[in-house]
Design a protein around this ligand. Structure first.
Ligand code: NIG
Ligand code: FE
Length: 435
């Protein structure tokens, strides 16, 4: 048995429960002073406060002092401890990078202009198709290590840069392998309909496409995704969730509905890239189908907000993408007021958000979304955990959950929200082991 004791915690701050927190619950955190956490084999057994020690503590301290390598004692030095951070939306498996796009943007091209010209996601598709499974695995493993060093202990990862059966499955196998071989839990999402691949288009790259031409190509590709890829992914257990990029010039409301209905029928959890640039019904659809989450939501309208609230959909808000695209920020404050659970994530990807730093997202959620520190903590722990089916295991510090723990270099979470661009984490623990 492997025992862990984290003692001398100045402030232990955590949401509680295994459910998505909405409305006032979003801002309710348990705060314990002079706390300790005791875990066995990666599972929390007891949390104490006010200087009291957990039952197994004395024995664990003695064994550790005698050099017993199965016992570990960490002195938190009076600082802040929270649950390990949960990263609910990433596109972390990809070939190449897209630094050459920024000068195009400085000259005035928009995100969708670049995609329509055969760049953007389609550029990453070319590089991802060229990369071997091992190359992608090694590259992504490095990303997970960096995320770990920044406090992230659970991650969602999407496919969507293969856009054909062979390369989509390759990406999903990489995600499965990351989950098996890396310390973090990695939850897999199939995002086959992330863009219409060039081979389905009726025009050459860069050539102007009419709406009819685009829709015919998108429909043909969607047929392949629905009839071939989704059933294969399910049969081979390559993903738990299905996601689609519902956007102008990508997939429309009807195409997205067709896909998500089939995914639901097959037993996938549902996610949707919705209202990132234009509100074309993505968030409304998420509510109608009871999706686990709708993600982006920069341009969400009242109808979408009401549909999400009624459908119990988590809003996965991505403020680093707003920052990087020079776009507006999702109305996260209003979402909380309307009873929509809010989660926040980096959206790590090579185009619209090339950052692995969820701590920066914490700053943006605080300052740009105007969420209070307690609400922010919920948004980067239990709410994303629930949106990826991990709420019973991670996202809070409570007996019975995994010992996924961040020990910070700051005394309180307010300080963490306030300081930015430094890595403020001191020690990161996943399933009771120091990363
Ligand atoms: O969530 N918006 C669609 N997908 C990604 C971006 C992917 C890319 O640009 O490579 C996102 O921002
Ligand atoms: Fe995304």
């Amino acid at each position: 048995m492997y025992r862990l004791l984290v003692k001398n915690i100045g402030l232990l701050q955590t949401p509680t429960g295994s459910f998505s927190h909405k409305g006032e619950q979003q801002g309710q955190n348990l705060k314990l002073k002079d706390a300790s956490i005791y875990a066995e084999d990666g599972i929390i057994k007891e949390i104490t406060s006010e200087g009291k020690l957990p039952e197994g503590a004395v024995e664990t301290m003695k064994a550790a002092a005698n050099g017993d390598k199965t016992c570990k004692v960490i002195d938190a030095g009076g600082s802040l401890v929270t649950p390990g951070l949960v990263e609910g939306h990433t596109h972390m498996v990809f070939g190449g990078y897209r630094q050459h796009e920024i000068p195009m943007k400085l000259k005035g091209a928009s995100y969708l202009d670049i995609l329509r010209a055969g760049g953007g996601i389609l550029d990453t598709v070319r590089h991802t198709r060229e990369a071997s499974e091992d190359e992608l695995f090694e590259k992504t493993k490095g990303f997970l290590q960096e995320m770990g060093s920044l406090g992230v202990t659970t991650v969602e990862a999407k496919s969507g840069y293969g856009l054909d059966a062979e390369n989509e499955y390759k990406m999903l196998r990489v995600i499965k392998r990351l989950n098996a071989e890396c310390p973090q839990d990695v939850v897999s999402t199939f995002l086959g309909p992330h863009a219409v691949p060039q081979e389905f288009k009726e025009v050459e790259p860069g050539e102007q496409e009419t709406l009819e031409q685009h829709n015919r190509a998108a429909d043909r590709f969607m047929d392949v995704v629905i009839n071939e890829m989704l059933p294969y992914v399910k049969e081979h257990d390559l993903a738990d969730y299905a996601d689609v990029f519902t956007e102008d010039s990508v997939f429309n409301y009807e195409q997205s509905r067709r896909y998500l209905e089939k995914a639901k029928e097959l037993g996938f959890g549902l996610k949707i890239h919705a209202d990132e640039i234009a509100a074309i019904g993505g968030s409304k659809l998420a509510g109608e189908l009871g999706a686990a989450s709708a993600e982006h939501l920069i341009s969400i309208n009242q109808e979408g907000l009401e549909s999400m609230a009624a459908g119990g959909v988590t809003a996965m808000c991505l403020p680093a993408t707003s920052f990087y695209l020079n776009a507006g920020f999702a109305p996260a404050r209003k979402m909380i007021e309307m009873g929509i659970p809010v989660a926040c994530s980096t959206d790590f990807n090579p185009g619209s958000s090339p950052t692995l730093n969820l701590q920066f997202v914490i700053n943006l959620a605080y300052l740009k979304y105007r969420l209070f520190p307690e609400e922010v903590l919920t948004a980067v722990t239990i709410n994303p955990a629930c949106a990826m089916g991990m709420g019973e295991k991670v996202g809070t510090l409570e007996a019975g959950k995994q010992a996924d723990i961040c020990i910070w270099d700051v005394p309180d979470f307010e300080m963490l929200c306030y300081r930015f661009c430094s890595n403020q984490v001191r020690t990161v623990i996943k399933k009771g082991r120091v990363l």
